[in-house]
Design a protein around this ligand. Structure first.
Ligand SMILES: Cc1ncc(COP(=O)(O)OP(=O)(O)O)c(N)n1
Ligand SMILES: Cc1ncsc1CCOP(=O)(O)O
Ligand SMILES: [Mg+2]
Length: 217
């Protein structure tokens, strides 16, 4: 096995749906199935926040969602929990600056996809050197989903990374909706990652379809 092909990864990152049970008004499995029907290209299991599941319940939900992803050929990424990702043989993991060090995670997961949240050029350069495959940059817009989110960065932040010569795949995250997704792409992102805009939409299929359209054009 070798590290993922960058072109393929850019395609996967176009519409990156992130979700866990605290983000859903109905069964997470149903939310994921509808999001897939609407055209998401990648999924991250992020079981975090109020009333998040732990222990066996968390693992059971992860397995259920991974099975759905496999059936529809959607790569399955695990947020933060490297042990879970390894035990489920997930397609990859996403970590931030407060999680395990990037180089350590790279050595633990081998060639699986490794996403890292970065906020500064310094973090970006060090994550690149330690083996990141893509960057999550945000929050681009105000968000209520992550209580400990860093200050809003705006699309200029993505532009800044590109101007400084960062060519690694990038997704924007935080407060992204169908109305502003195009601005994120125009700033130089390969795709958008969203939680609420899909998980809490009254019509999940339509919400994913509309976001996908914004990214494709
Ligand atoms: C695609 C993507 N980008 C950024 C994040 C945020 O990661 P992190 O900073 O570690 O915060 P938590 O999600 O762990 O609360 C992400 N999860 N995905
Ligand atoms: C996990 C995360 N990291 C930065 S902002 C954010 C939350 C994104 O959620 P939403 O799409 O609902 O704003
Ligand atoms: Mg994290």
């Amino acid at each position: 096995m070798s590290r993922i092909n960058t072109h393929r990864l850019r395609e996967m990152l176009k519409l990156y749906f992130i979700m866990g049970s605290p983000n859903c008004y109905k069964e997470p499995a149903e939310v994921l199935k509808e999001a897939i029907a609407g055209g998401i290209t990648l999924f991250q299991f992020r079981e975090k926040g109020n009333h998040a599941l732990t222990g066996v319940e968390k693992v059971t939900l992860a397995k259920e969602l991974q099975t759905i992803c496999k059936k529809h050929d959607i790569p399955f990424i695990v947020n933060d929990d490297i042990d879970l990702a390894i035990s489920l043989d997930a397609d990859g993991v996403h970590i931030g600056q407060e999680d395990e060090p990037v180089a350590k995670v790279r050595s633990r997961i081998g060639d699986k996809i490794l996403g890292v949240s970065v906020h500064t050029m310094e973090e970006a350069m060090s994550a690149l050197e330690a083996g990141a495959d893509y960057f999550g940059v945000g929050p681009i817009f105000p968000t209520k989903t992550k209580e400990d989110a860093k200050p809003v960065q705006g699309v200029q932040h993505i532009q800044h990374f590109r101007e400084k010569g960062i060519t690694i795949p990038i997704v924007g995250i935080g407060g992204i909706t169908v109305e502003n997704a195009m601005n994120v792409k125009e700033a130089g992102a390969d795709g958008v990652s969203v939680i609420t805009a899909i998980s809490k939409a009254s019509d999940i299929i339509k919400a994913a379809q509309s976001l996908r359209q914004q990214i494709e054009y």
